[in-house]
Design a protein around this ligand. Structure first.
Ligand SMILES: *Cc1c(COP(=O)(O)O)cnc(C)c1O
Length: 342
């Protein structure tokens, strides 16, 4: 089976497994795991932040960030398609007592003017707008990314309106290898950044939250109370360190294969709309009356796994375990005349 469901399906490479076997570990709940500490220092340094905390998932790092920046009765602004709204079980309300205000952007991206216009006035009967969350790359937006200038304009609004700014950077490295922009320039714009090791970077588990020392000190308490304190987590951190060293630049390969898939999909009569393909994610709509579950089933019969992403919407994600040879096989499947019949 060829698996295009997500970039989370990858297995550790031999080099990564070797690094994990060799990891120096300790009890990280006591702050005594040298590999975890090295990973936290490394990621903070990459973004020019003071500190970082290693967590089991990107949902946890995002949820901790929401909690750090707000108090109950506050409101968070984000794009309608964003992960914090769509895929975190309504945690903004459950964990932090927040209201949420959804903005319809373009391919999952917000513009500074939209954020400015959405900030609520200071009345007793309104929640206090307190936090903006950007997602880069935007997953449900089809892997689109912000430019640094777009993000700067948003930071400017946040400064004027006394808003905190969090980056859901689950796939920030996909954006950075594509634009060539510097991670430190990005770091300078955000109060906190969440980064996933378990997506395109190919580690089995783990996400980090970066920010100031004060914020991250407090984040450690929230991690603990959410059940995210891990013991010899250095085995996992070693995989993350290996990924940052060896598996960032190769994200370009995933993007190249995604563009080849995009070209093929663009020529198929059964594809109604393909979002612009910028990184490793392809999101497309099928022509009526073909529906996504039927299409996914037909792909599966032909050896390709992919995720329905809506009633008529599909997502493909390229990743470390998706090779050129697999790409050729998928291209042949997409050309199969019976794949797209209504
Ligand atoms: C995957 C992802 C996360 C975190 O998901 P976990 O599965 O909890 O690690 C957060 N944001 C985006 C945009 C994602 O794609």
């Amino acid at each position: 089976m060829i698996n295009l469901i997500s970039d989370t399906v990858t297995r550790p490479t031999p080099g990564m497994l070797e690094a994990m076997m060799q990891a120096e570990v300790g009890d990280d709940v006591f702050g005594e795991d040298p590999s975890v500490r090295a990973l936290e220092e490394r990621i903070a340094d990459i973004f020019g932040h003071e500190a970082a905390v290693f967590c089991p998932s990107g949902t946890m790092t995002n949820q901790i960030a929401l909690r750090l920046h707000t108090e109950p009765l506050d409101e968070v602004l984000c794009e309608r398609l964003s992960h914090v709204y769509q895929y975190e079980t309504g945690g903004y309300a459950y964990n932090s007592g927040l209201a949420i205000s959804l903005i319809d952007g373009e391919y999952g991206k917000l513009r500074a003017e939209q954020i400015e216009a959405a900030v609520k006035s200071d009345f007793d009967w309104l929640p206090r707008t307190r936090l903006v969350v950007l997602e880069n790359t935007a997953n449900k937006g089809g892997g689109s990314y912000y430019t640094l200038d777009e993000a700067r304009a948003i930071r400017h609004v946040c400064d004027n309106k006394a808003l905190r700014l969090h980056l859901d950077g689950a796939r920030i490295f996909n954006a950075l290898v594509e634009t060539g922009e510097s991670a430190r320039d990005w770091g300078a714009l955000f109060d906190t950044i969440s980064v996933c090791l378990s997506k395109g970077l190919g580690a089995p588990v783990g996400s980090l939250l970066t920010g100031s020392s004060d914020l991250i000190k407090r984040a450690r308490k929230f991690r603990k109370v959410m059940g995210g304190g891990m013991r010899q987590a250095g085995y996992l951190a070693a995989a993350g360190l290996y990924a940052l060293e060896h598996q960032v630049d190769r994200l370009r390969e995933d993007h190249r294969r995604a563009r080849v898939l995009a070209e093929a999909l663009g020529q198929q009569p059964y594809v109604a709309d393909l979002r612009p393909v910028k990184t490793n994610i392809l999101v497309f709509d099928l022509c009526e009356p073909l529906d996504a579950p039927t299409f996914a089933e037909r792909l599966k019969e032909r050896g390709v796994l992919a995720a329905p992403f809506g009633p008529r919407t599909m997502r493909f994600v390229t990743h470390l375990d998706f090779t050129d040879e697999m790409l050729d096989r998928v291209l042949a499947v997409l050309d199969d005349a019976r794949l797209g019949v209504a």
